[in-house]
Design a protein around this ligand. Structure first.
Ligand code: ARG
Length: 458
């Protein structure tokens, strides 16, 4: 018997039951659904819409159902369609007509909107927690690599010397913005839709604010049509999650490259790598590769949500049931990636000698040679030209600029003096970049301090 069976003369085709049913994936909303129903029934009692005794019995029974579900004692039915009707059906089977009063002044349309908002509110908080712990690991890595010099790249060509700490702290900035985005998105998730009814509110004098307060919502939705048909918050969250994955995929890509023989900058811990079934020598960075790969899947979830919602007329449409698998998958994927990525990073071995050698090899101090000439009075464009010639000369002879003799230096410019050797050392190139945001030890320490202050707020 369907809870909505009154106007029907035939039962639903079995194929339609299966097709329509969402219980296989929305069963995970059981907790939110029950807490929402407890708050709704308490409010119905308080407002005199149902009796206080009925309200109390409903609340008590819902709490029992919750604990039975958590003990694994409850089986949901496909025929009961979704989590909302499954729980209501169980309630009615336990307390009969009293249970039938729960759905007064409510529709599944505002109920499902409530449940997803409550669910995503919790999930975005737990993603935030994971980002904070990734942030702390990044900071630990940065603290231990303040003096590890490596080449910074543009176009994947060695560009200028930086430190590994500076490179790490670049990622910290990205994840910091991700945390900010999530907390901003959470403000829009945390709005209470019950009272929107099916679409046009309800004639019962519900106390919407009471329900919002009880469930910890910061506000109530302001339009009943919008209250049941808004899924912006899920799309927004999927977009925040996609950006997190985009950051993780860039980080992963670098670690994959860095752990190649060609770079040799890092080595993944054995516990975070895998071998090959045929090539005995292989140690593959599978974790980083999978994180990179799963990025595509989260983007797919975002696209699915946008496309489900595209062109839907107001208010609720069944299409919207398709929101759940996509947003659940996006959340699950990110929650799977973040902790394993964090552990992988925490256990990585850094090959600082190879980083240093790479920074020495690629003329990464050429800008500093040009800047040296500028400080000796030569206009920058001329300095650039002179240094370019020097680089060409060094390429021909297979040596770094630092190895030129004083005589050789003088042949390029009379303005060059003995101090060139200290002024263009890799150490000086880094320490000389002491502007806020630069790679010098002091600047990076300042940015670590700011980041620690930020993370301590969560
Ligand atoms: N299972 C539905 C969903 O996820 C719940 C709302 C159904 N409402 C309706 N009128 N059919 O969207």
């Amino acid at each position: 018997m369907k809870l909505w069976g009154g106007r029907f003369e035939k039962s639903t085709d079995k194929l339609v039951d299966d097709f329509n049913s969402s219980i296989s994936f929305d069963c995970r909303l059981y907790r939110q659904d029950i807490l929402g129903s407890i708050a709704h029934s308490r409010m119905l009692g308080k407002c005199g819409i149902i009796s206080v005794e009925d309200s109390a019995l409903i609340q008590k029974t819902l709490a029992e159902i919750l604990s039975d579900i958590e003990k694994g004692l409850v089986e949901f039915e496909v025929d009961a369609e979704d989590i909302h009707m499954n729980i209501e059906k169980i309630l009615i089977s336990r307390i009969g007509d009293v249970g039938k009063r729960l759905h007064t002044g409510r529709s599944r349309n505002d109920q499902v909107a409530l449940d997803i908002r409550m669910y995503l509110r919790d999930e975005s908080a737990s993603v935030t927690e994971m980002l904070v712990s990734l942030g702390k690991t990044i900071i630990d890595t940065a603290k231990s690599s303040l003096d590890i010099i490596m080449p910074g790249y543009t176009h994947l060509q060695r560009a200028q010397p930086i430190t590994l700490a500076h490179h790490m702290m670049a990622y910290l900035q990205m994840f910091k913005r991700d945390i900010e985005r999530l907390s901003d998105c959470a403000r829009r998730i945390n709005v209470m839709p019950l009272g929107s009814g099916a679409l046009a509110g309800t004639t019962y004098a519900l106390d919407r604010q009471m329900v919002a307060d009880e469930l910890g919502f910061a506000a109530i939705t302001e339009n009943s049509l919008d209250g049941v048909s808004d899924r912006d918050f899920a799309i927004e969250l999927a977009s925040c999650l996609s950006i997190i994955m985009m950051h993780l995929s860039r980080f992963s890509e670098e670690l994959i490259m860095w752990s190649s023989h060609e770079f040799g900058f890092v080595e993944m811990d054995d516990a975070y790598s895998t071998g090959s079934s045929i090539m005995p020598q292989k140690k593959n960075p599978d974790v980083a590769e999978l994180v990179r790969g799963k990025t595509g899947r989260v983007y797919g979830d975002l696209m699915a949500l946008l496309t489900v919602m595209k062109s839907l007329p107001l208010a609720y449409n069944k299409d919207m049931q398709e929101d759940k698998e996509a947003i659940f998958d996006a959340v699950d994927t990110v929650k799977m990636c973040l902790p394993v990525f964090t552990r992988m990073l925490a256990t990585i071995k850094i090959r600082s000698e190879n980083m240093y050698r790479a920074a020495q090899g690629g003329f990464t101090n050429a800008t500093d040679v040009a800047d040296y000439l500028v400080k000796k009075g030569i206009p920058f464009r001329n300095a650039h030209e002179i240094t370019g010639k020097m680089v060409l000369y060094c390429i021909d002879r297979g040596k770094p600029i630092d190895d030129l003799s004083m005589e050789e230096f003088k042949s390029f410019s009379e303005n060059i003096q003995q101090d060139i050797y200290t002024e263009i050392s890799l150490e000086k190139c880094v320490s000389g970049r002491g502007l806020p945001g630069g790679p010098s030890r002091e600047s990076v320490l300042k940015s670590i301090e700011n980041a620690e202050k930020f993370l301590s707020m969560f």
